[in-house]
Every structure is written in structure tokens, then in C-alpha cells.
Design a protein around this ligand. Structure first.
Ligand SMILES: O=c1[nH]cnc2c1ncn2[C@@H]1O[C@H](CO)[C@@H](O)[C@H]1O
Ligand SMILES: [Zn+2]
Length: 359
């Protein structure tokens, strides 16, 4: 049997992360510190390990709506400039420690203004944190600005993303409960972004099925899909393993539309029943442009390396598969083509070559 990459080895590989929520990746100790400093008194416990376990367990509800309730506690302590700078800096540090060389981290500016910050001040604080936390650590972190799909501020947030596009904001997203909130509610924002030649991804096919994916791509013009797991509803697999793609699935594959897959998160929200049955296995086999992501490192108690290690364990993936996921992600990033290429050829390929050589 060929050697399978171990968690320690995977940590050393140069990895790329496209789907990670800033408010879903706060260190538990920081949540507690910030609650004390900012006078937030809603935490379920003041003990670090208990709080870590609480987030993980409370997120295992099997429903996206209930999964999202836990964010009240992280968002609750991220309402000052100092808190946002700290959380963003620690995010960059934690990702760098995990061996991530390029990350796009998202958050919803509109959720961080209850302490009096303006949307611009929120964005500036997070960018400053990413700058501080990345410095000298061999990682580049770009921001994606998210609008909440049940709210009506997407146009404002899209304009904010365009205003900050040259100083670290690389794209736009919508998130929140999916059922009942189709992406077309925000069509004006997506059309504005297209006119501005800006990039965006849409959470779709997680808490709701094919219509959401279809709208995200064919009405809204999404560059990438957040999750997109339900695309398998448009694929029929025969007993001999051959697959027949419906028109939407074929379109997604033919157009190389990146799928930002987040396996552990999907098990928690009920978007998939087990890792072995997770659509990522089939989609990878069919050469969809699959990428592997964390979604919420705190709620899922995970990291890119851990997601990779779980996939290795479940599907028997080797270094070539992990490199394929990584190159897919880098190709799908929202930074300019020449910069993506430089990371693929100068960092990712040499890094994986060295690990494969050692294995
Ligand atoms: O998996 C997800 N699906 C949909 N929305 C999410 C997910 N994870 C986090 N958020 C939502 O995005 C906001 C901004 O980061 C979070 O506050 C949370 O409400
Ligand atoms: Zn997400």
C-alpha cells in the first residue's frame, strides 16, 4: 500500500482556503477575553475548553438555521475596532500555522456595527488585522464581504466591496439561511458587481437544492458556489458506477465552476449524512472543480489540514489528490491570474513535490 499523507505531513503542505468565515473561526479563548473586555454577558460558559466543546456540539444540530444561532456569541464580541483587528490578526496567524499560503476570509460587515462602527470602519479594522497577522508568515489573506441574504443591504455591501477592491477586499458573497431566501432577492447587487467587473461567490445548494444553485449561476452570475453539494441531485449514478449529468450539473462541470466544499460543516448542518456518503467523493471522481474548505473552524473544530486528513482517511486520497484540490482552489481564487500562477508554480507545486519526495 502506498503511504497515505498523515495530519502532520498535511500541515506542512502549502494549502489554499477559499471559504472560511471570520466570525466562525474565532479562538475560544479570544471569545472569552473579548466578552470580558466588551461587557458581553451572553456566553454559555467562561471556561475555554467547555466553550470549545459547546460550539462544536451546539453546531451539530442537523439544521442550517440552528447552526447559525451559535454565531450570536462570536458576532456579539466583534463590535469594536480592537476586537476586529485582533480576531482578524489571529485568523491569519492560525491559518499560517496550519500551512495555508493563500486564504480568502469572509464576514458580514453589517453584523459588526452595533457598537457604533461604520461599515467602512469595520472593513478597515479587519484589513488591518489581516495585515498584522500575515506579516512575515508566508501567507496572503484577502477579504470577501458577505451580505446577509435575509436582510436588504446587499447593494450597500457590494458597493463597499468595490470601494475596497484595491486594498485587500477581493470579492463578495451572500450567506445566512438559504431556504426562503433565494439569491435573486439580491439581483441588483449581483448585476452591479458584474458591471464593475468584480468577483463574487454565493452560498448555494447547502440548505436548499438545485433551484438555488441554478439561480446563483444563471440569474446572478456567480463565479463560484459556496458548498454546492446539492448539485448531485442533478447526477444519476448507475449500478456500474457510470454517471449521467443533468443539464445544470453538466454546465457546472463544463464551465469549471468552482465548488467551495466544506465537508465537516455539511455533516453538522445536515447537508450530508456521513463523510463516506458526502458528494465530494463523486464530484472529485467526475472532475468537477472541487475545492476543500473549513467554513467555520470554531463551530466545526477544524482546519484545512484536518479536513484533508479526514478525506484521506475516508476516500484513501494521496498527495496527488490533495495537490489537485489545492491547485483547483488557487486557480479559482479572486486575485489576478498572474498572481495565482505565481503561487501555483512558485509555492504550491514545489511544496507538494518536496512532500511527495520525502514520502
Ligand atoms: O455554512 C454557512 N451557510 C450559510 N451562512 C453561513 C454559514 N456559515 C456562516 N454563515 C453566516 O455567515 C455570516 C458571516 O460570516 C455568519 O455570521 C453566519 O451567519
Ligand atoms: Zn459558509
Amino acid at each position: 500500500m502506498t503511504h497515505q499523507p498523515t495530519l502532520d505531513e498535511i500541515r506542512k503542505a502549502p494549502k489554499v482556503l477559499l471559504h472560511d468565515h471570520l466570525d466562525g473561526g474565532v479562538r475560544p479563548e479570544t471569545v472569552i477575553d473579548l466578552a470580558r473586555e466588551t461587557g458581553y454577558d451572553g456566553l454559555p460558559t467562561g471556561d475555554v475548553e467547555e466553550l470549545r466543546a459547546w460550539f462544536r456540539e451546539a453546531s451539530d444540530s442537523g439544521s442550517l438555521e440552528r447552526y447559525l444561532e451559535t454565531f450570536a456569541h462570536t458576532v456579539g464580541v466583534m463590535q469594536t475596532r480592537a476586537a476586529l483587528v485582533r480576531v482578524a490578526a489571529e485568523c491569519a496567524e492560525d491559518l499560517a500555522d496550519d500551512g495555508v499560503v493563500y486564504a480568502e476570509v469572509r464576514y458580514a460587515p453589517e453584523l459588526h456595527t452595533s457598537g457604533g462602527l461604520s461599515l467602512d470602519q469595520v472593513v478597515e479594522a479587519v484589513l488591518e488585522g489581516f495585515r498584522q497577522g500575515s506579516e512575515g508568515r508566508g501567507i496572503r489573506v484577502g477579504a470577501l464581504l458577505t451580505a446577509m441574504r435575509h436582510q436588504a443591504r446587499s447593494m450597500e455591501i457590494a458597493e463597499l466591496a468595490v470601494r475596497y477592491r484595491d486594498v485587500g477586499v477581493v470579492g463578495f458573497d451572500i450567506a445566512g439561511a438559504e431556504a426562503g431566501y433565494p439569491p435573486t432577492r439580491h439581483l441588483d447587487a449581483f448585476e452591479y458587481l458584474q458591471r464593475e467587473n468584480a468577483h463574487f461567490t454565493i452560498h448555494a445548494g447547502e440548505g436548499f437544492g438545485l433551484p438555488s444553485i441554478w439561480q446563483a449561476i444563471q440569474w446572478c452570475g456567480a463565479d463560484r458556489l459556496g458548498h454546492g453539494v446539492r448539485i448531485i441531485d442533478d447526477i444519476q449514478v448507475a449500478e456500474d458506477g457510470t454517471a449521467k449529468l443533468g443539464r445544470l450539473a453538466a454546465y457546472v462541470r463544463d464551465k469549471r465552476i468552482p465548488l467551495e466544499m466544506c465537508p465537516t460543516s455539511n455533516l453538522q448542518t445536515g447537508a450530508a449524512t456521513s463523510l463516506a456518503e458526502h458528494p465530494i467523493g463523486l464530484l472529485r471522481r467526475l472532475y468537477f472543480r472541487v475545492t476543500v474548505n473549513t467554513d467555520n473552524r470554531l463551530m466545526s473544530d477544524t482546519s484545512v489540514s484536518r479536513e484533508f486528513a479526514r478525506l484521506v482517511e475516508t476516500f484513501g486520497y494521496g498527495w496527488d489528490d490533495l495537490q489537485w484540490f489545492t491547485v483547483n482552489a488557487m486557480k479559482s481564487a479572486f486575485i489576478p491570474f498572474d498572481e495565482r500562477l505565481a503561487l501555483i508554480n512558485g509555492v504550491i507545486k514545489p511544496g507538494f513535490a518536496q512532500l511527495k519526495w520525502q514520502a
